[in-house]
Structure formats: C-alpha cells, structure tokens
Write a protein that binds this ligand. Structure first.
Ligand code: SF4
Length: 369
C-alpha cells in the first residue's frame, strides 16, 4: 500500500543523514522571502554546512553537509532569519503559490493569503501531525501552481473569489475571505480519513475525494511555461541544478537588498525589481536565457552526496550542459527513486552513462546562408 511507511520528510529540527552529512529542509511558504533573510540563511549554511542553498521542487530550500549532531547555533540562525516560526508545525508548512503573484500578472495578489494560511496552519493544533508530504497550493489564476497538483488548492478566478480544488480536478466555488478556513477544514478531514489507511496524499485516497459533498469536476488549466528573464520590473533567473552558490547568493542579495525574493518550484528565483540588473545575475552563472540547456536538464543530488547514487549526476549533467544541443525536458537520477523529477512530461534517465545522456539530446541545426 502506498505511503504506509513512516513519514520521513526532513525538516530543520529533523535532519536527514545523507552521505555528505546532515541535510535540513527549510520551508518557505509560497516561496516568499527577502534578500535579507536569504543572506542570513546563506551565512548559516556557509558557517555550519556546505554553503550551498538547494532549491526544491516545492519552492523550499535545503542546506547540506551539516554536522550530524546539528549545532544549536545553526538552528538559532535559521530561526532568527525567520524560517522557523514554529517547532511543532515546521514540516507541515508546505505551501506553494504562484511566484509572481502580486508582482506581475495573475488575477489576484495572493501574498496576503500565503501569510494567512501559514499563520492559521501554525495555530491549528490538530494539523501538527499532517504529513510532511501534504501540499497546499495557491494559484493566482495563471495555472502554474495548479499544474503541480497540490493536495488542496485555492485557484483564483478573480481578485476576491475562486475555486477550492481537491486533488487534481474536484472543486467548488469559494470566496477569497473563506479560503483559509475551508482549506484547513479539508486538511483536517483528510488527515482523519487517511489515518486508517496510512497514505499521505489526497490522490492516494480517491474514496475520500469522491465522498466530499458539493464538489464537482472542474477543468484543469493549461500549465504555462515557467517565466525566465525580465518580467515586468522583476528578474527571474534559473539556478543550474538548483544549487545556489555563495557567489550567486551574494549577487541575488545585492540586487534584491531588503526587498522580495521568491523561490519558485522550478529551481529559479524571482528577484524583486531586478529586471534592469539582470546582467549582474547572469554574470555569476544564473540563467535568464530560455534556450539555455539548464532550463531543460535537471538532476537529483546523486553520488557522492547521496549514498544511493550510482553515478555523479551533477558532474554528468555539467559535463554535457555546454554541448551545443537541443535538450528535451530531461531529468537524470542516480537511482530509481528519481528525486526531484519535474511534475510534467519529461525524459527520465536513471544512472545513465555520458553517451546515453548525450544521445537523449539532438544537435542544434546550423543553417549557413
Ligand atoms: S534519486 Fe536516488 S541517487 Fe538521486 S538523490 Fe534520490 S535517492 Fe539519491
């Protein structure tokens, strides 16, 4: 039966012991943070761990290479940066939101809803035991978060109303002001229903979904391409393989200052009001070109940092990224668990050789005139 194992999702207070040391996962509801907070987290990562900030497919951040006995000073630094407001609920604060909401496009500014949902979640004692895999989604109407198939989604249809969607496509109308209590009531209902079965995700419990009163099939919006480059006044930059180096972080925080930085679920960052300083970001290897191989090729952590990895996936991908080839959406995994694989259609390569990986791409056509 799916999901009967113990919920092993890591958090700051429950590190995962990897081959390269302890790894912690830092929740960033809605991906919403600031240059100041990100810089503080980066300093803690450099002082106690590998120094990299790893972006996750749920718009969170991971710090790796930490001592197995996590230093109190590291936890204190994470908390001081604002990333650990609740010890009891830290692993259930899984909220993805449209990264550009309130900044550019969309039918509604859902940033206040991110804060309201996070606050209400932390105040709800009954939800402290919700699975660390359970995902809330807040889609401002552009369809980007809906494509990630969260367990529960508020999907805006206008500035003050939208759909409450359970799983992929069962929904009902809801006013924006009622969205948070409605989402939490559904989460409590699911948590009670799932207890006997041991599953973690809504899609694993279709009988519960079918039994909800007042919900009917709703259309699934088409998923837009993740943005990249200048978007209005803002910069969206890809982070190759999702690992943000100290040099890259310094560039991001220099551009953002104390302003907004948004972690996206696509291993990229929105740097608030950074559109006219894109060159500073690309100069340190961040990606603003939609044709870059880094927009199409991703990899799990792989060997040697992960003990299960049969190949060094990151080195493999870096070795081919400079090749002048056209890449279909491709994910490279070091073993069959396929960590970090994208949600949409993609070419799935498990522990490939370099030749096998190159064979997955096509040479660019060069036209001489
Ligand atoms: S897919 Fe396998 S090798 Fe890659 S990070 Fe996950 S467990 Fe490790």
């Amino acid at each position: 039966m799916a999901g009967v194992n113990q919920d092993r999702c890591p958090g700051v207070l429950r590190p995962h012991q990897a081959a390269d040391g302890a790894m912690v996962r830092v929740r960033v509801p809605g991906g919403q943070t600031s240059g100041t907070a990100l810089a503080a987290l980066g300093r803690a990562a450099e002082r106690h761990g590998r120094g990299l900030l790893q972006l996750t497919s749920r718009a969170g951040l991971q710090v790796r290479g930490l001592p197995s006995d996590l230093p109190d000073a590291f936890e204190a630094a994470v908390a001081a940066a604002g990333f650990l407001p609740s010890a009891s609920h830290e692993r259930v604060r899984n909220v993805v939101a449209s990264p550009l909401t309130g900044l550019h496009g969309g039918l509604a500014d859902l940033r206040p809803l991110v804060r309201a949902l996070d606050d209400a979640l932390q105040a709800d004692d009954a939800l402290a035991g919700l699975s660390g895999r359970f995902l809330f989604g807040l889609d401002d109407g552009r369809g980007d978060v809906a494509a990630l198939e969260p367990d529960l989604t508020y999907r805006a249809l206008g500035p003050d109303h939208g759909l409450l969607v359970v799983g992929a496509d069962r929904g009902r109308a809801v006013a924006l002001e009622d969205a948070v209590p409605a989402l939490l009531a559904l989460a409590r209902g699911f948590d009670a229903a799932r207890a006997a079965s041991g599953v973690w995700r809504v899609r694993e419990l279709p009988g519960w979904v079918d039994g909800l009163v007042g919900f009917a099939p709703v259309p699934v919006p088409p998923a837009p391409e993740p943005p990249l480059g200048a978007v209005g006044a803002h910069a969206v930059v890809g982070v190759p393989l999702g690992f943000l180096s100290p040099v890259q972080l310094a560039a991001v925080t220099a551009v953002a200052g104390t302003g907004a930085v948004v972690v996206t679920p696509w291993r990229s960052l929105v740097v608030g009001h950074g559109a006219d300083r894109l060159a500073e970001l690309t100069a340190v290897g961040l990606v603003a070109d939609p044709t870059s191989p880094w927009t199409a090729v991703s990899a799990c952590v792989g060997a040697p940092w992960c003990a299960s990895g049969r190949v060094d996936t990151q080195a493999l991908v870096r070795s081919v990224a400079a090749e002048d080839r056209r890449w279909p959406r491709t994910h490279v995994s070091g073993c069959e668990r396929r960590c970090g694989a994208p949600a949409g259609p993609h070419r799935d390569l498990v522990a490939p050789t370099r030749d096998e990986l190159l064979a997955a791409a096509e040479p660019r056509l060069v036209v001489h005139v």
